[in-house]
Design a protein around this ligand. Structure first.
Ligand SMILES: [Mg+2]
Length: 335
């Protein structure tokens, strides 16, 4: 783990500062800093292209003893594709920059790239960079996606009254991380294997995100990378709305209770689920639920967007209403 240093800012405050300082307005840019991916319009009136980048660092984002090179490759591309999914783009290309310590074998490197290709969901590797690292493996990927018919779902499209939905199960990845941290490398029970796999090998919801964008039913969308309590405020702030969610309606990973986890707490604050959080206008919820393809991950309605800008309420299992604290994952927080 890196040395601890006191930090006077959070990831969110730094992003806001950069956004204010570099809020470039150019005709070919549809969306710059502040969403899951940037949206550019290379040819006026033509298709939009989306660009996103993510970094994975050894001992910060992963431990080499927990993850095989193949799985590290899969996860590295999946977390990038998840940002394209969150805006409804089709993955097309990616570049990989990899820094490796001297002891890394050629076999390790090839298995890593095989993992990337395996989980690339149709995107093609088009370049990158290789470098030596003095301290641990570093992976940085840029992924490029194409919108279809210029249909992109932004964080900012949410409206008060919209129903809020999530795909899949929340808190499973964090439950798996807890197992790994406790030394449970080869978990026996199926639920334990499932949790560890959710953490080490998340699947980007590209097909689902693309369908949501093309259907025109989603007003706003984000992928859940840092936890519901961090990512829900991001769509609320971008959309100028508030939200109310119900703990009883969250699709929690109940099995985590058997190894000491609090399923609701993990669903609210555990990161790295890479599920999609999106809103649908109340008037279209019936159509949405009827037309949502059964082959996609289950969707669950967890609450609504409200007119109270920035205020996020949680109705607890005790039915009491309280403000939801931002307790998800902040990349600069020292743990
Ligand atoms: Mg994201």
């Amino acid at each position: 783990m890196p040395p601890k240093s006191p930090r006077s800012f959070t990831e969110n405050t730094l992003i806001r500062q950069l956004q204010q300082r570099y809020c470039s307005r150019t005709p070919r840019l549809r969306k710059g800093i502040g969403d899951d991916a940037a949206v550019v319009e290379p040819v006026k009136g033509g298709e939009y292209w989306l660009v996103t980048t993510d970094m994975l660092l050894e001992n910060v984002d992963f431990r080499r003893q927990w993850i095989t090179p193949h799985l590290l490759g899969r996860k590295s591309i999946s977390v990038n594709l998840s940002d394209l999914a969150a805006m409804g783009a089709r993955p097309r290309f990616y570049t990989v920059s990899l820094a490796i310590p001297d002891a890394t074998t050629l076999a390790w490197i090839h298995r890593f790239y095989d993992g990337l290709a395996d989980a690339s969901q149709g995107a093609v590797l088009i370049g990158g960079d290789l470098s030596r690292s003095g301290d641990g493996i570093a992976v940085s990927i840029a992924a490029f996606g194409e919108s279809l018919n210029r249909k992109v779902v932004y964080r900012s499209g949410g409206r008060a009254g919209d129903a809020l939905y999530v795909t899949g199960v929340l808190g499973k990845s964090a439950a798996g991380l807890a197992l790994l941290r406790n030394g449970n490398r080869i978990p026996g029970a199926r639920s334990r294997r499932e949790a560890v796999s959710a953490h080490l090998d998340p699947e980007a919801r590209c097909e689902t995100g693309l369908w949501l964008a093309q259907s025109g039913l989603a007003n706003c969308m984000i992928d859940l990378s840092d936890g519901l309590s961090m990512d829900l405020p991001r769509i609320c702030n971008a959309s100028g709305v508030g939200a109310i969610i119900r703990a009883a309606d969250l699709p929690v990973f109940a099995q985590s209770a058997s190894w000491g986890g609090d399923p609701v707490d993990l669903a609210l604050h555990g990161g790295e689920d890479y599920e999609l959080l999106f809103s649908v206008p109340e008037s279209k919820t019936e159509l949405f639920q009827l037309s949502y393809p059964a082959k996609f991950p289950a969707v669950t309605r967890i609450g609504e967007l409200t007119p109270e800008t920035g205020k996020i309420w949680l109705i607890g299992q005790d039915m009491k209403r309280r403000r939801l604290p931002e307790a998800g994952f902040d990349h600069f927080k020292q743990t």
